[in-house]
Design a protein around this ligand. Structure first.
Ligand code: SF4
Length: 414
C-alpha cells in the first residue's frame, strides 16, 4: 500500500457534474447503454406494476433494477433502438408519464409509512393535481412530504418540506431554513407550497438552482417562525424500516441498491403482497397482510437483504464500472468481498462504515464514511472519515490491498 507522506491533491480526472437528473423520457447515456429512471407515483407501485417493471428490465435492460437515493427505480443497459418500445411499455403500464412534460414536474417524496388519508398522503394527492400549474423549476427540485409525528426525510434532498411543528401542527419549511411556516391544514399547506414555488422563480431561484442556495429572505406571508419537530435520535433515519416484518408488510433491502428483476419478481410471488413502497434507503416495503408468510422457515437466499444485521446495510457502493462511464474501477464486487469478511454485521447502527465509489463524485453517499475507497485511474484511493472527494491517506491501491487493509483494521478493532 502506498502511504502518503504528503497529502496528495486529487488528479485532474474530476467527475463530470451534469446538473440534471435522468428520467424515463430523458434517459442518460452511461457506460452500458441508456439509464432509464422510473418515478413511482406517490412512491408506490402496485404488485402488477412492479412485475411489469421486472419484465421491462429483462426485455429492454440488462435485467437489473436499481433503487436511487431519491426513491426512484432505474433500468440500465437499454439500447437506443429499444428505448421507444420500452417507453411505450412503461406508459401503457402506468410506469411513466404519457409525455416528457409530465415527467418534468417536481418529484414528490413521501415518508414511506404514510397511511391512506393521512396528511402526507392527502398532500401528495392534492399536489398531483396542482403541479401542472406550477412554474417550470430546476430538474432536481423536489418536495418532501413528511408529516408523521417526527420527520424521517431530513437527510433526503428536497426544496420544500411538509413537516410537523414541535406542538404537532403542520408546517411548510423551505429547505435551508431551520424553522417553518405554520399552516391550518393540508389544503393550506399545498397552497403555501404553490406560492413559494412561484416566489422561488420570481426571487431568482432558477439561477440558484435549489431552495437552500437561494439566500433571498422569505416573503412576509411565509414567515419561518415555527420550530419543527425534532428528528429521531437514531443516526440512520431509515431505522424505522429494518429488514424483516413491518406492520404494513415486510421490509427487504437491496444490496448496494441493486437487485435482479428475477429476485424482485420472486419476492412478489406471494399474492398477499399488494404493492411496493420505494424508500430513499435502499429498502423496499412490501405491502400486504400476510406478506411474511413465505418467510416462516427463514429468509431465502434470493439476492435481497432480510436480516437487519447484514453488514451491507452499513455499506454504500455506486454502480461503478462497467455500468458508469465515469468509473475506472468496479465497486460492487469489492464491497461484497469486504462485506463477506465480516463474521457479524454491524447492522443499522453503523451506517456509513464503508463507501466504495467509482469516482470522486460519490453518488452513493454524499456524507463522510468511516472508510472510503474511491476509484481513480483504475486503482483505489483510501480516505478515512471523509467523502469520496476528500484527500486520501493512501493511493494506488488494488483490490487485494483494500481487502488486506480492511481485514487488518477489523482485527485491530477486536
Ligand atoms: S460516483 Fe459512481 S455512479 Fe457516480 S459518477 Fe462516479 S462512478 Fe459514476
Amino acid at each position: 500500500m502506498k502511504e502518503q507522506g504528503v497529502k496528495e491533491k486529487r488528479s485532474s480526472a474530476s467527475p463530470r457534474v451534469r446538473g440534471w437528473c435522468p428520467g424515463a423520457w430523458r434517459p442518460m447515456a452511461t457506460g452500458d447503454g441508456l439509464l432509464v429512471r422510473v418515478r413511482p407515483p406517490l412512491g408506490r407501485l402496485t404488485r402488477a406494476r412492479m412485475l411489469s417493471l421486472c419484465e421491462a428490465a429483462e426485455t429492454w435492460g440488462n435485467g437489473l433494477i436499481e433503487q436511487t437515493r431519491r426513491a426512484n427505480l432505474q433500468l440500465r443497459g437499454v439500447s437506443e433502438a429499444g428505448w421507444p418500445e420500452l417507453m411505450a411499455f412503461l406508459v401503457e403500464h402506468g410506469l411513466a408519464a404519457p409525455d416528457a412534460e409530465g415527467e418534468r414536474r417536481p418529484a414528490l417524496l413521501l415518508a414511506p409509512d404514510w397511511r391512506e388519508g393521512d396528511a402526507t398522503h392527502e398532500a401528495a394527492r392534492l399536489l398531483e393535481r396542482r403541479l401542472a400549474d406550477w412554474p417550470a423549476l430546476p430538474d432536481k427540485w423536489g418536495l418532501a412530504l413528511d408529516a408523521g409525528p417526527a420527520p424521517v426525510l431530513r437527510d433526503v434532498p428536497a426544496d420544500l418540506r411538509l413537516e410537523r411543528s414541535r406542538e404537532g401542527g403542520l408546517l411548510v419549511r423551505a429547505d435551508g431554513r431551520e424553522w417553518g411556516t405554520p399552516v391550518a391544514d393540508v389544503e393550506a399547506a399545498v397552497e403555501l407550497m404553490t406560492r413559494l414555488a412561484h416566489w422561488f422563480v420570481d426571487a431568482g431561484g432558477l439561477a440558484a438552482g435549489r431552495m437552500r442556495r437561494l439566500t433571498a429572505p422569505l416573503p412576509g406571508w411565509a414567515a419561518a417562525d415555527t420550530e419543527p419537530a425534532a428528528a429521531p435520535q437514531a443516526s440512520d433515519a431509515a431505522s424505522g424500516l429494518t429488514p424483516g416484518p413491518h406492520p404494513a408488510g415486510r421490509v427487504v433491502g437491496l444490496p448496494f441498491g441493486r437487485a435482479t428483476a428475477a429476485s424482485l419478481r420472486a419476492a412478489m410471488c406471494d399474492e398477499a403482497i399488494t404493492g411496493v413502497r420505494v424508500t430513499p434507503w435502499r429498502r423496499l416495503l412490501l405491502e400486504g397482510e400476510g406478506a411474511n408468510s413465505n418467510m416462516k422457515d427463514g429468509a431465502p437466499d434470493d439476492g435481497l437483504i432480510h436480516d437487519a444485521r447484514d453488514p451491507r446495510l452499513a455499506m454504500d457502493a455506486c454502480p461503478g464500472a462497467p455500468f458508469c462511464a465515469q468509473a475506472s474501477v468496479a465497486t460492487h464486487g469489492l464491497a461484497q468481498s469486504l462485506a463477506e469478511r465480516r463474521s457479524e454485521g454491524p447492522g443499522e447502527s453503523a451506517a456509513g462504515r464503508l463507501h466504495v465509489s467509482g469516482c470522486a463524485k460519490g453518488c452513493a453517499r454524499s456524507g463522510p464514511a468511516e472508510v472510503c475507497l474511491t476509484g481513480r485511474d483504475g486503482r483505489y484511493d483510501l480516505i478515512l472519515g471523509g467523502r469520496a472527494d476528500d484527500t486520501p491517506v493512501a493511493t494506488g491501491l488494488g483490490e487485494s490491498d483494500a481487502i488486506e487493509y480492511w481485514e487488518t483494521r477489523d482485527a485491530l478493532r477486536l
